[in-house]
Design a protein. Structure first.
Length: 357
């Protein structure tokens, strides 16, 4: 049996930093799968990615939880799928309790490393299948939460590799691009420290940080203290199309996080043919092949981060080699088409079991 109707439960939709959910939904709609979305919170951001309006997703999104039981009865989904093991999975399991509608969920990063629910093992046992985005995540779920490995499926988030593609022009000044929320886990302070080291070494560069968040004021103060105003730009929140343009201008991408699942921003960089330097946390090393598509460096090590950024910035032949390999890997492994191919196989198998039962 092929899944025809899918009900999502998510924290907030749309959310500018969670393009992976938007891309997944749009690809399902392209395949004529009917999708409805229960969002626990209304959007708080004024910036929206264009696809939300292009696909009339406001008509498919429901924020009033008091209507969700009726929505479930009316829509009769084949599957209810939650993104994140936290509140969305809890709500999905509560919503379907007493019904024969199976629940699956995707575990990403913070929801299993930094803020896992106390009953994650129970949620995994109740769910029909669990998706996670990296081998590192899967190992963590098995070791820390005793999740049945047979129920785990590893499916990296997907990106639109036609939208995210190499550009024709690069800026005259070598440019470092980082797309990340200004939150503690992204550790942008480490990136600023590395940039200060590059400046002191008289490396020619500009750094653009795309994103916003609660650490912005502290980062602005650090930028001033390190005399980086002429080298580092805070671009703020950008739309998906604006992010594409930043990647097409980039010489090298960077991510300095202390924890990650499988960062989508690095997939976007790879799809645009941009080599990256990133801290070796979570599933990053599965995405960035050290010495082939970029470099991974120890977490919290500003010297290593600066050294590798300098190497990529100053070695054109190396950049070209990394860029070609990164683009190839992105198309082969991280396209949203491939992602949804894998997800629908999982959901179809769950539906088959449900029918047989």
């Amino acid at each position: 049996m092929s899944v025809q109707r899918l009900l999502y439960v998510v924290n907030q939709f749309p959310k500018i930093s969670e393009t992976f959910i938007l891309e997944e939904v749009v690809e399902l709609l392209r395949r004529h799968v009917e999708v409805q979305i229960c969002s626990l919170n209304e959007p708080t951001e004024t910036v929206k990615h264009a696809a939300f309006d292009e696909w009339d997703l406001s008509e498919r999104t429901f924020y009033d939880s008091s209507t969700w039981t009726q929505l479930l009865q009316r829509f009769q989904p084949d599957i209810v799928h939650a993104h994140f093991a936290t509140k969305p999975t809890e709500v999905a399991l509560q919503l379907t309790a007493g019904t024969d509608v199976p629940v699956t969920f995707t575990a990403h990063g913070y929801d299993i490393y930094r803020k896992p629910p106390a009953d994650l093992s129970g949620r995994a046992a109740t769910a029909a299948a669990i998706v996670t985005v990296s081998d590192a995540n899967a190992d963590h779920l098995v070791q820390q939460f005793r999740v049945d490995r047979r129920k785990l499926q590893i499916v990296p988030c997907g990106i639109n590799t036609e939208l995210f593609c190499p550009g024709e022009r690069r800026p005259a000044v070598p440019t470092i691009v980082c797309v990340a929320r200004m939150s503690p886990v992204k550790n942008l302070s480490l990136l600023l420290t590395a940039c200060e080291k590059l400046m002191r070494r008289r490396v020619d560069f500009q750094c653009v940080i795309v994103g916003d968040g609660r650490c912005r004021q502290d980062l602005e103060l650090q930028r001033h203290a390190l005399c980086l105003e002429n080298n580092v730009t805070f671009a703020g929140t950008l739309t998906q199309h604006q992010v594409v343009q930043q990647w097409k201008r980039a010489t090298v991408g960077v991510l300095s996080s202390t924890s990650e699942g499988m960062p989508v921003s690095l997939m976007e960089a790879a799809a645009c043919g941009v080599p990256v330097v990133a801290t070796d946390v979570g599933g990053v090393a599965e995405l960035v092949r050290h010495g082939e598509t970029g470099f991974v460096v120890p977490s919290e090590n500003a010297d290593s981060l600066a050294d590798r950024l300098q190497q990529v910035l100053q070695d054109q032949a190396l950049r070209q080699q990394f860029a070609a390999a990164a683009r190839h890997q992105a198309v082969q492994r991280f396209s949203v088409v491939r992602q949804v191919d894998q997800l629908t196989k999982i959901w179809d198998a769950v539906c088959d079991v449900q029918v047989k039962a």
